[in-house]
Design a protein around this ligand. Structure first.
Ligand code: CS2
Length: 489
């Protein structure tokens, strides 16, 4: 049996490894949400920054509930392999940026100490959209979110993201330690300011003396993050072993492309992430809109339509000519809602996205992109739809994507296969039957609080367009609907 990855000894020569002395670089970042995306993205940029310039910027990784990251990584001294998979082959790289890995549930004191330690100058975050506890109707905290409810009841023993950050900022302030910079790396619009709003709202209920401090003294730079990172499978681990010559229980696979656009506001310093290609700009919003509407919006559309039509992976959707045409049309419609971004050509960006979606080496499951739709659709589909409506542009692509999502919430594919609807608002999305009136089904979704912008829920043109697509999807399925759409053109 091959021995486990614990040091660099015995690694195949072709494997890229940290070009810096790991032990000489202390920790400076706590990262909350230690999933595959963080390992493929921010940790890689940090590894590049450490190689370029060194510095006390290694990362203490934290998972809030799952014990798996620590179980995989602690025996490997935090080392793991990133496999980049593209048409030119698979490249393995061992990342050394992690300085420790802990689970809040089981290793609470270590996590709390790391959050209050003076050397922690940045707390970065990837907990996915649903980890924040946003009430979209108010922009404040969602009092029904399980972690928010628990932390409001016992703020001194925080379990969730918002409660934990407010608790740590309070302890630091009391001890005269400068606040850390809070760096949200999730696919949410204006993720930094949004998180600040949640912290301020939560502090109002639990520590009102902190609200001004959080609003005034703590930096929340916004970011746009991008790297398509599918869930790891057994094959990932087998491939890692082949490529590096050691057994790696924490290996992940991802695409070669990566992008990180960051608002440059780090009062207590930051790593030289430019070394890994990160771009620092004064205003991230145009980049976020581009990525959320073009990449993520198209992803959601193709995931719902593709999954219903029986396609398991994104690459299978792209190999289906009917769906590939829809993808191209959606990219075009999404780009039309954007303000011009100097130096970026949306047509080339769209072509690059089609190539990335087609990557035959990535097994990216449509089912995983489809989950948590109620948390993803507002910024990916509804916001551009509202903009298009306001500007008098066509809304059809967004209406189709919305109808595909609603049809997906019925819980059965066009082929009759049933599945679990993984969505935090699943209880509010009653499953209609195929014989129900599509207009009534659409109406029942439009009235859900905080989901659709008023410009859409109040628009008869929008209701009509979504109901027309839903009616087709219910009667003739995804493929039949696309054929009807093409015949009607
Ligand atoms: C995807 C994203 O699962 C999803 O919802 O749209 O995770 C997407 O792969 C990343 O944002 C790419 O950067």
């Amino acid at each position: 049996m091959t021995s486990r990855l614990t040091t660099f000894e015995g690694l195949q020569d072709s494997v890229q490894r940290p070009a810096y002395g790991r032990d000489a670089q202390g920790p400076g970042i706590v990262h909350i949400g230690l999933g595959a995306f963080h390992k493929a993205h921010q940790a890689v940029y940090t590894d590049d920054a450490l190689a370029a310039q060194g510095g006390d910027w290694r990362i203490v990784g934290v998972s809030l509930r799952s014990e798996a990251p620590a179980a995989e990584l602690v025996p490997q001294d935090g080392l793991y392999t990133v496999i980049e998979r593209s048409t030119t082959g698979s490249r393995a790289r061992v990342i050394g940026a992690l300085a420790g890995v802990h689970c809040l549930k089981t290793d609470r004191d270590t996590v709390l100490n790391a959050l209050t330690a003076p050397e922690t100058r940045i707390v970065s975050i990837t907990v996915t959209e649903k980890g924040y506890g946003i009430n979209r109707a108010t922009g404040g905290i969602d009092h029904t979110h399980p972690a928010i409810t628990a932390d409001l009841a016992d703020p001194d023993a925080p379990q969730g993201l918002v409660g934990l950050l407010v608790w740590a900022l309070g302890k630091r302030r009391a001890a005269g330690i400068a606040p850390f910079t809070v760096l949200s790396c999730d696919n949410l619009p204006e993720n930094g300011p949004l998180l600040r709003g949640l912290l301020v709202d939560y502090a109002r209920h639990t520590a009102s003396d902190l609200t001004d401090h959080i609003a005034r003294d703590v930096a929340f730079p916004a970011t746009m993050v991008d790297r398509i990172t599918p869930a790891r499978t057994k094959e990932t681990l087998t491939l890692a072993e082949e490529l590096i010559g050691r057994c790696d229980e924490a290996a992940i696979e991802t695409e070669a492309f990566r992008q990180w656009v960051i608002e440059d506001h780090f009062p207590t310093g930051r790593p030289n992430w430019e070394a890994g290609g990160a771009i620092f700009v004064p205003d991230v919003r145009p980049y976020e809109d581009m990525k959320l509407r073009m990449l993520n919006g198209t992803h959601s559309m193709l995931a719902y339509a593709g999954f219903l039509a029986g396609h398991r992976y994104v690459r299978d959707v792209m190999a289906d000519a009917d769906l590939a045409t829809l993808v191209r049309e959606h990219l075009l419609a999404a780009s039309a809602t954007l303000d011009p971004l100097p130096g970026v050509d949306f047509t080339s960006y769209a072509a690059e996205l089609e190539d990335r979606f087609r990557n035959p080496h990535l097994a990216h499951e449509t089912y995983l992109i489809a989950m948590d739709g109620s948390e993803k659709m507002p910024q990916r589909i509804f916001a551009p739809a509202a903009d298009a409506l306001e500007k008098g542009q066509p809304i059809d692509a967004f209406a189709f994507a919305t109808a595909a999502w609603i049809r997906y919430t019925f819980g059965a594919t066009d082929g009759g296969e049933t599945y679990d609807l993984r969505d935090p608002r699943a209880a509010e999305l009653p499953r209609p039957a195929i014989g129900d009136d599509p207009s009534i089904v659409v109406q029942s979704r439009l009235v859900l609080p905080g989901l659709f912008p008023a410009a859409l829920s109040n628009s008869p043109a929008w209701q009509h367009a979504v109901a027309a697509h839903l009616s087709n999807l219910m009667q003739v399925g995804v493929k039949g609907t696309i054929h009807k759409m093409t015949a009607g053109n």
